[in-house]
Design a protein around this ligand. Structure first.
Ligand code: CMC
Length: 425
């Protein structure tokens, strides 16, 4: 049988080493033995931005970037989006299997009963300026929940963790809706436990003086599908932040706040807001070619394009594009879609994008849908954070239960001055 090992010859010492290979990886710690002498620390790997480093073993989400495949716990994203609700998928991501009917009933009831915010948290939100960015409000408010639930710091206690997971999934839409109402100066709407997860969210966003807000069922389902698509994406920047901060055994509210901060950046979840701004700048289909020319000249990036892992079409973008047509049947067509389609057409035929394998990602079309549904661009990343909370929590729980994981603490290659004495002049 072929040996799963790597033979290394160190040209400095002429020593040879055999490093075992497991799952297509070698352990970086196995390289430490490769040293030139007793005073040599040993070999390390250098991998800025984790371009080729697996930081964990995970059984949650599988991506094949070359083939454009995304699966949660083995199930293709396309099937989950077609056949399941977001809360079913949340259960799958967190517990490893799709729920049975009674399990789903209990799960939905438990999440639904954790949607309320403490009144002091509502007052906390009132303290933000009228023009505060919703992502800043979301990250700060979820961090503030740490003070409301101090027992959440007992992260090694399974039952404590289970309760915080339900609280976070239940409360994120409420905080998100309150950030939106706050920015408009509207009174907050309390959650309605008779409604589904997305219907309740739409109710908290849009209800005015009517006794009941009837969410459009097509829009509620479209949002549910978008939530499924955004629920997890293995070791992306925000999941890595969640794991890194959580590895110090910080409580989950503070760790989720860190993950929200990571998501807010324009290269990650903040890209959906940037796409809309970009489409506004382009203005019309006629200007697309000139805009792409500037991207190729290195003036700026094409937002919503490119991905570290996907080097084929992002499978989520395909479903978002399909969902856009369904939403437009209700809301009317967002005229920005024509600019986006033209942008995609021109970019996908262009050598610059073909050579670099740059395709539309999930953020390219999602903003166009959100805008048609009535959201301001500043809310788009918040709409990403609500479902991604499930993925962050699953990644966090997996990390805490993994006996191999410790506090995350990368090494560095020091390039500063050698030791020197302070000489005061
Ligand atoms: N527009 C123009 N050129 C690009 C783009 C883009 N959107 N993305 C990458 N490139 C070029 C980049 O300049 C580089 O070219 P060269 O080889 O000549 O230097 C090459 O493609 C490789 O790019 P990279 O920056 O090394 O790729 P990365 O894996 O570090 O970055 C990315 C991935 C998503 C941050 C990047 O593609 C990007 O900034 N895209 C725009 C922002 C965006 O849409 N982000 C959302 C990502 S998907 C949602 C999520 O999960 O966060």
């Amino acid at each position: 049988m072929q040996r799963e090992a790597l033979s290394i010859l160190d040209q400095r010492t002429h020593a040879t080493y055999e490093i075992p290979i497991h799952n297509g990886t070698i352990r970086a710690m196995d390289l430490r033995q490769i040293a030139t002498g007793h005073d040599d620390f040993g070999l390390m790997t250098y991998d800025p931005a984790f371009m080729n480093t697996a930081s964990c073993q995970s059984s949650i989400t599988f991506i094949d970037g070359e083939k454009g495949i995304l699966r949660y716990r083995g199930y293709p994203i396309e099937q989950l989006a077609e056949k399941c609700t977001f809360l079913e998928v949340a259960y799958l991501i967190l517990f490893g299997e799709l729920p049975t009917e009674p399990q789903l009933k209990d799960w939905v009831a438990e999440i639904t009963h954790h949607t309320m915010l403490h009144e002091t948290t509502k007052k906390f939100l009132e303290g933000f300026r009228y023009d505060a960015h919703p992502m800043g409000m979301l990250a700060s408010t979820v961090a503030a929940l740490s003070t409301v639930y101090p027992e959440s710091r007992h992260v090694l206690d399974h039952n404590v963790r289970a309760l915080q997971i339900k609280r976070l999934i239940g409360k994120m839409p409420t905080i998100a809706a309150y950030t939106y109402r706050h920015s408009l100066g509207y009174p907050y709407v309390y959650p309605n436990n008779d409604l589904s997860y997305t219907e309740n969210f739409l109710n908290m966003l849009w209800k005015m003086v009517e006794p009941k807000y009837p969410a459009n069922p097509f829009l509620a389902r479209a949002l549910d599908i978008l939530f499924i698509l955004h629920a997890d994406h293995e070791q992306n920047c925000s999941a890595n932040a969640m794991r890194a901060v959580g590895s110090s055994q910080a409580d989950p509210f503070l760790s989720i706040a860190a993950a929200c901060a990571a998501l807010s950046g324009p290269l990650h979840g903040g890209a959906n807001e940037e796409v809309l701004k970009m489409l506004d700048v382009i203005g019309s289909k006629d200007n697309v070619s000139a805009y792409v020319g500037k991207v190729k000249a290195g003036e700026f990036k094409l937002m919503g394009f490119g991905h570290r892992i996907y080097k084929n079409y992002d499978p989520r973008a395909r479903i978002v594009k399909w969902a856009a047509d369904k939403v437009f049947e209700v809301t009317g067509r967002n005229p920005k879609l024509d600019i986006a389609l033209e942008l995609e057409r021109i970019a996908l035929e262009d050598e610059y994008f073909i050579k670099r394998k740059l395709y539309p990602n999930v953020d390219f079309y999602s903003g166009i849908i959100y805008q048609a549904m009535g959201f301001k661009p500043e809310m788009f990343t918040v709409l990403f954070a609500i479902p991604r909370t499930v993925g962050w929590l699953a990644q966090w729980q997996e990390m805490l239960c993994d006996a191999e994981q410790k506090i995350a603490r990368p090494r560095q290659v020091y390039t500063g001055p050698a030791a020197r004495d302070v000489v005061l002049t």
